[in-house]
Design a binder for this molecule. Structure first.
Ligand SMILES: *Cc1c(COP(=O)(O)O)cnc(C)c1O
Length: 366
């Protein structure tokens, strides 16, 4: 049996007609930049995120970058974030000239540990950038408390967690802004790169729109230095087709997670911990095992897809050497990087596939 980590071809087989028709409509219209379809997607993403405004952008990375630029975060500023994330989180902070300041994670949820944030706040701190990893939101209550106390903005990196909730509140709706990615492997993935920013702040919304288009308003009059952060209508229409399936897909992922959880009960496999405050969309189902590297070899032999998200924490990345961090600075992030493994959780998995994956893992790990 073959079980890939993600099977986008299986998903596309059910969407082909709708996506082809929608893409063809864009091509016939030759409205290739912006337009009503992007606006329609923005309105729908704002609605499902319980936010007033949404701005379609070229990627999740550009959602973070535009947010930082529009909030005027730059040289001399510090932004507190997690070292255990995809590179874009810390990369964007550094790209605007600010300094990423890391604090360790909660070893159960893998998200930033809110108890450690206050000690990292300095006079230069401008923002906190929590990441909602694997589909589960960070502990936003105490994060917002620290932010309020020190007057910091909060940029939610919700790239992996669209429609996920914390105490009933949607990802992206708690902080100052929320950033989504439509990278094809996310729960709502486009047919290429794309992203979205959501906010309830009208002033910030206006700025995000201007920054998305080289900071110009009106055309050719540049008040700010922005970029080309636009979302293509081709992506928007494909995403509109997929959006109607998003909740069903997330339900299926949660059902798969329950199935695995049961299969792993009483074994040495540590299953994902989901806080009672959260509903996860399981962008990834990440287990923790002692013999991980041996397990990866076995899974490859058995044609089962798996991946380490992420093998090197940000504070140990070569490009961030100048920040002066060392091995041992964030022990929980470092430990997680050595032990975590994502296994197939995509909606189209059959019970036989899940059985095969789980039994293969238990056969080695015990
Ligand atoms: C995917 C992802 C991003 C970047 O999104 P892209 O659309 O690939 O640019 C940022 N942060 C996190 C946590 C992600 O998972």
């Amino acid at each position: 049996m073959q079980v890939p980590l993600l099977d986008l071809k299986a998903q596309y087989a059910t969407l082909r007609k709708g996506v082809m028709a929608a893409v063809s409509e864009v091509l016939e219209s030759q409205c290739c930049i912006g337009g009503p379809k992007v606006a329609e997607l923005e309105a729908k993403i704002a609605a499902i995120s319980d936010c007033k405004f949404a701005v379609g952008v070229s990627s999740g990375t550009d959602a973070l970058l535009n947010s930082l630029m529009s909030l005027e975060i730059g040289t001399g500023d510090e932004v507190i974030t997690t070292p255990f994330t995809f590179f874009a989180t810390a990369g964007c902070i550094a790209r605007v000239g600010a300094k990423p300041v890391f604090v360790d994670i909660d070893p159960l949820t893998y998200n930033i540990n809110p108890k450690l944030i206050a000690a990292a706040v300095t006079k230069k701190t401008k923002a906190i950038m929590p990441v909602h990893l694997y589909g589960q939101m960070a502990d936003m209550g105490p994060i917002m408390e620290v932010a309020k106390k020190h007057k910091l903005t909060v940029i939610e990196d919700a790239a992996q967690s669209i429609t996920s909730t914390y105490k009933g509140k949607k990802a992206g709706s708690i902080g100052t802004v929320g950033c989504f990615s439509f990278f094809p492997s996310k729960n709502l993935g486009g047919i290429g790169d794309g992203g979205m920013i959501v906010t309830n702040d009208k002033q910030l919304y206006d700025r995000l729109l201007i920054m998305r288009n080289h900071g110009s308003n009106p055309k050719y009059y540049h008040k700010y230095i922005g970029g080309n952060f636009r979302l293509d209508p081709i992506q928007a229409v494909a995403l509109l087709v997929k959006l109607s399936y998003l909740d069903k897909w997330s339900e299926a992922r949660r059902r798969n997670a329950v199935y695995y959880d049961k299969k792993f009960t009483g074994t040495a496999v540590k299953t994902p911990y989901i806080s009672p405050d959260c509903v996860s969309i399981y962008n990834q189902y990440v287990i923790r095992v002692p013999k991980r590297d041996e397990l990866i070899k076995l899974l490859r032999d058995k044609n089962i897809g798996c991946e380490i998200y992420y093998p090197v924490p940000m504070h140990l990345q070569e490009c961030f050497k100048y920040l002066g961090y060392r091995q041992g600075d964030f022990p929980e992030a470092e430990k997680a990087a050595n032990e975590v493994l994502a296994i197939p959780i995509y909606p189209e998995l059959t019970d036989a596939m899940k059985d095969y994956v789980a039994e293969t893992i238990v056969s080695l790990v015990g």
